[in-house]
Design a protein around this ligand. Structure first.
Ligand code: AMP
Length: 284
């Protein structure tokens, strides 16, 4: 497995793989790899001939300095996992390689989709995500890129980005990987105390309660109440939002319309902010 730190070197390395006839699979990450990331690598290996994974903790997408400073990092562990899982090249640039002039003057703004939900709670977050992904896609060139549904709004922002800017990237969404108790895997879970960890599966339980309410014929408000009540049952949890939305626009699901919904929750447990989501079917 190659470890590449320089953007120009990664670009030319991947150009050569393409020239050899390989279809490229690209998995962007912020490292501290877990089975959720590795599910993306497995999907990439199925669809592509050569898999490259990036590891870059992108300061542009962090609001709170403490969240950035405390974000888990484990490059040695990540490289071992990447190699064992069939990654061909890891791109792990330093800050100075990605942003040699500091914060870039040019930003990619995802518009209203990036201002909802996570965007409302974390101003500038999706601009940071869209900007770094535009850089990474520009370096990687034509590829199939794999994203987790865990970050459901991010996936929607990426699809919009690629469509709006005609980037030569096929975007593939992959299902959420969970612990046996339902907690969605996340690098941030490492920062939970044992007590907080025991409380954390309430996010998933609230999604199940919402899905059950939808199945029983509840409208948007009933679904959101069921989710909110479940979150409120856990005193360590400070809910941020618990909503039922249209899976494409992420706008509040219409009370009248049946069909597919996405249930999304965000909550703080101690110092950590967690998100999760689940598909549901609304009343016909
Ligand atoms: P991150 O390193 O948190 O930026 O995540 C990198 C990619 O892994 C993103 O596309 C995430 O959506 C995806 N990912 C993170 N956690 C999970 C999970 N539990 N299941 C599936 N994909 C995930």
């Amino acid at each position: 497995m190659e470890l590449i730190e320089k953007p120009a070197a990664w670009r030319s390395f991947l150009e050569e793989r393409r020239r050899d006839g390989s279809r490229l699979g690209f998995v962007p990450t912020m490292g501290a790899l877990h089975a959720g990331h590795l599910s993306l690598v497995a999907a990439a290996r199925e669809r592509a001939d050569f898999v490259t994974l990036s590891i870059f903790v992108n300061p542009l997408q962090f609001g709170e300095d403490s969240d950035l400073a405390l974000y888990p990092r484990d490059l040695a562990g990540d490289l071992a996992l990447a190699e064992a899982n069939g990654v061909g090249a890891v791109f792990a640039p330093g800050l100075a390689e990605m942003y040699p002039h500091g914060e870039p003057a040019t930003k990619v703004e995802p518009g209203p989709l990036g201002a909802l939900l996570e965007g409302a709670s974390r101003p500038g977050h999706f601009s940071g995500v869209a900007t770094v992904l535009t850089k990474l896609f520009s370096l990687a060139g034509a590829c199939i890129s794999f994203f987790g549904e865990k970050d459901f709004q991010q996936l929607a922002v990426v699809r919009q980005l690629v469509g709006d800017l005609d980037l030569p990237v096929e975007v593939v969404g992959c299902p959420v990987v969970r612990e046996p108790d339902g907690l969605a895997l996340s690098s941030r879970n490492r920062r939970l105390s044992a007590r907080q960890r025991r409380a954390a599966p309430v996010l998933y339980r609230s999604l199940l309660a919402g899905r059950e309410a939808a199945g029983a014929g509840a409208g948007r408000r009933g679904i959101e109440e069921a989710m909110g009540a479940t979150l409120a049952s856990e005193p360590l949890v400070r809910p941020d939002y618990a909503v039922a939305v249209d899976p494409l626009t992420l706008a509040p699901a219409s009370e009248a319309a049946g069909g597919e919904l996405r249930l999304l929750v965000a909550a703080r447990i101690g110092p950590v902010r967690l998100i999760d989501n689940l598909a549901a079917t609304g009343p016909a």
